[in-house]
Design a binder for this molecule. Structure first.
Ligand SMILES: [Zn+2]
Length: 115
């Protein structure tokens, strides 16, 4: 299932694509989503404002990534709470922000698939 998510596939049939773009990992242009699956017709956006909740997923991902960078950073800095880690956290979350936004919507679609 994780593989299907990361490959931008429809949760229903696993064949159609959710985003109408090749690169969903590092792409800072405006996301282009398909309204429904081109293969099985599954509606990705169930209702207007459906993706509001995906913001929380994106937020949680950002925090998880910040913690990961922080933990990795503790191996490189002598003090556990070395403030020099902060720019690295900022850069990482910035670089991953486009990915977070896209994958958050995909995760959201998968979570609410059967609702
Ligand atoms: Zn489908």
């Amino acid at each position: 299932m994780i593989h299907k998510m990361l490959s931008n596939k429809c949760p229903n049939c696993g064949k159609g694509h959710i985003y109408n773009e090749k690169n969903i990992y590092f792409n800072f242009s405006k996301p282009r989503m398909n309204k429904e699956c081109e293969h099985c017709g599954f509606a990705f956006e169930k209702e207007p404002g459906f993706f509001f909740g995906a913001m929380y997923v994106s937020y949680a991902l950002g925090i998880a990534e910040a913690i990961t960078v922080f933990v990795i950073g503790t191996f490189f800095f002598e003090n556990t709470f070395d403030l020099r880690i902060l720019p690295w956290i900022a850069i990482t979350t910035l670089l991953l922000s486009s990915f977070n936004m896209r994958i958050a919507r995909i995760i959201w679609i998968y979570i609410l698939k059967d609702v």
